[in-house]
Every structure is written in C-alpha cells, then in structure tokens.
Design a protein around this ligand. Sequence first.
Ligand SMILES: *Cc1c(COP(=O)(O)O)cnc(C)c1O
Length: 459
Amino acid sequence: MTQEDTRATNERLRSLPAVDKVVGSMGFDGPQARATAMARRALDEARVEVRQGSEAPDFDAIIDRAETLMIEELRMGLVRVINATGVIIHTNLGRAPMGSEQIRAVIEVAGTYSNLEYDLSEGRRGSRYAHATRLIARVTGAEAAIVVNNNAAAVLLTLAALCSGREVIISRGELVEIGGEFRIPDIMSISGARLVEVGTTNRTHLVDYERAISPDTAAILKVHPSNYKVVGFTSTVPARDLARLATGRGVTFLHDLGSGLVTDDAPADFTGEPLVQVALEDGANVAMFSGDKLLGGPQAGIIVGHTHHIIQLERHPLLRVLRVDKMTLAALEATLRLYLDGRTDEIPLWRMARTDADELERRARAIAEELREIGSIKVEAFPTRSVAGGGSLPDVEVGSWAVALLPDRAGASELQRSLRRSDPPIVARVEEDRVLLDLRTVAPDDDRTLAAAIRRVLG
Ligand SMILES: *Cc1c(COP(=O)(O)O)cnc(C)c1O
C-alpha cells in the first residue's frame, strides 16, 4: 500500500460518524445499550470495508445498516407473529393462543408467591397438582388426574409407571408418528415396556388383541389417529370393546386421545374427535391428552383415570422430571374454569372455530377494498377452507375467507417471504400462485396491522 493510499484510507476512516451520532439518528425507542451495540457493529463493518479499499459509506447507509442489524437482532428471540394460515392449532406457531382470563391467571402467579405446594388450611406442604386435579375431575368426570409437561410425557409416564418390563399390545394401524419425533415405538422402548404389534396397517380385529394377551401383558394401548386417516378397506376395534376385553382378562386399557376435546358444544365441524368424558365412560382405565390442542390451554399433558392407577404415576420418579411449572398450572386452571362456567367463547380456539364465514367475508372484503389500488398486485377477497391442525381432525375443513394477493412479476413465494419478514411477521399460505391470508386465525384487532403490513410489502 502506498503512502498515498494509507492517507486516503485514514481520511475515510476519520470521516465515519461517531457512535452517538448514529444512535441519535436511528429510528428506535428501545434500550439505549442495544442501539449502541448495533451502531458499533455497523461502524465496524464500515471500517473493514474501508480498509479493504472501499469508499466510506455515507451517513444514511450506516444508519440503514444499524437499523437492519437491530431488526435482525430482535428477530433472534421469540416474537409474536400473525397466523394467517387458517390452521387454528398450528404447532410451529405455538398451538392454541390463550385469552385474557387465561393470561391474567399466568401473570398473577408469575409475579407473586402462591400456594403452589402449600396447603393453606393445614399450614404444611401440599400437592402441586391438587388444585388442577380437582378441576380436571369436574370437567371430565374422571376419578383422578395428574398433569405433566405435554402429552408425549403423559404417554411415557403412563407406560413407564404401569407397564415397564411387561408387554403392551397395540394395533399396527396405530404405530404412528405424531410429528416432532413423537413415535409410539420409541416412547414405548424408552419406557421399558415391550411392544406387541397386532393386526395390519388397515385392519385390526378384536380377536387379534385377544390372541396376543399373555401372562406378560400389562396393557392394551389405543392411540387416536390424530393427524392421519386410514381410508378404504379398514377396520379398527372400538374403545368400548377393547375396554371390555382388557377388564375380562385383567389387563389395563390405556387410551391416548391426542387432542382432548372436553366440550360437546364444539362447532359441528369439530366433533369428530373423541370426547374425554366419553373415552372414560367407554372404559379407559387411563386416558391422556394435550393441554394445547382442542382444550385451548397451555402446553401440558393431562392424564385422567382410576385413582389406583394415577397413584402409581404419582409415585414414579419420572413425574418429577416431567413436572409442570406454576404458570402452566395457572393457565390450565383458568382454562378449565372457563369450561366449567360455560364461557368457552373466551377461549380463542373456540372463538376462532365458531366465527362464521359471513363475518370473515366481510373482514376480507374490507381489507381488499382498502388495498385494491396498491402497485401492480391485485388484492381480492377469496373464499377458502381452514383446518383445525395440530394433530386434530385430519379430514375436517371449515369454510373461511382470505385476503388473496395475486402477484404479477414477483412470484407468490417471494411475496410470502416478504410478509414473513414484516413486523410483526405474517405467516401466509400459497395456493395456485396466490398468497392467501386466511382471516379465521387472525384476531379482528389485527386486521389493521395486517392491512398496513401488506401495504408496506406491496408498496
Ligand atoms: C399430539 C399427540 C401426541 C403428542 O402430544 P404433545 O402434547 O404434542 O406432546 C401424542 N399422541 C397423540 C395421539 C397426539 O395427537
């Protein structure tokens, strides 16, 4: 490098603005320290470029870079997104959102001490599960209950506590993967129970189970087909028949229900899932389900059944490993109370499921009307179908309405990507070259935010 070059480089480095000046011009009202860190990084990058022989970037370019870094940094954490997929229980987007009553319960216990494991009438140690258990029993009619981290944990604990070292019979049609690495055979092997497969993928008969029962059999397990449907030449054994067989032969009948529907006033489209109450009436000794699928509460695994079985689960060391925290229990209790009080409209899942298509059409038309004129992209209201999702009701679709974006030059997936990058990020579907923003899963309060984001992306 010549002396001349060195002098020019130093000149350019000196021309770069001070950190404070960059921070002062950044459009940002969060913590000062974060803005300062990003301004430093933007300036560091500029220095590297100058040393490699580039011109110094101008002031606006540095501000731009610092702001971009800021946005990227914010994105690295857990952030709210607008779910415009129409999939109500979207596992990747956090499953069931909670309503104000449920959230209030979480906030209350999060910020104070509580009687989590303290018996206030006796003044001594109590059970963490006692409060929720009473409510679960009232909602489902179960004799006893326990709560763990999620339904996968519920299945694991049940098998480990009741079947370890012995055989568990299950239909080949139910050896399923629920997604996210939950595979029944894997859970079974971790639990120490031995899997005995009966029947075929499409057909299993009562006699298949009957023949498989041996002195080593601990239980028959039925797994609800949550996210798939075997169609055509099929046959499965009803829970009631399995329960009768199990009782007659002195083995336990376990029923993994998956979704955990507990209300019989669900919209007609959602009644395909087994009711927890009915599964118990049908003779399940132990049944398990998720807290954040069709219950509409926090992530949790709820196990219901006979007292003497639940006691065995309570005594198993895995319960401590799989235990839920106070915020989960608070949210779960609030959720169960909403069912008991007949206030299911305050559970967002049911509010979204029940919104009628006319209402969604009106909202879609209002947004489309407002955005019609933007750029070269056509915006229109478009009828579509939403699904329950999250491993429930695999064949059920509900009529819905979307805001459809019909891109011209930029492709639909490019537009979908830009929406994901907006603030808040918007997750949409692409169907036949259209970007569809299904309003069933968008809170009405978010319509304005959604419209503004589309305007920015298209503008
Ligand atoms: C969803 C599901 C699970 C797993 O439940 P998580 O709460 O996600 O752990 C297990 N079994 C069935 C049948 C399911 O549908």
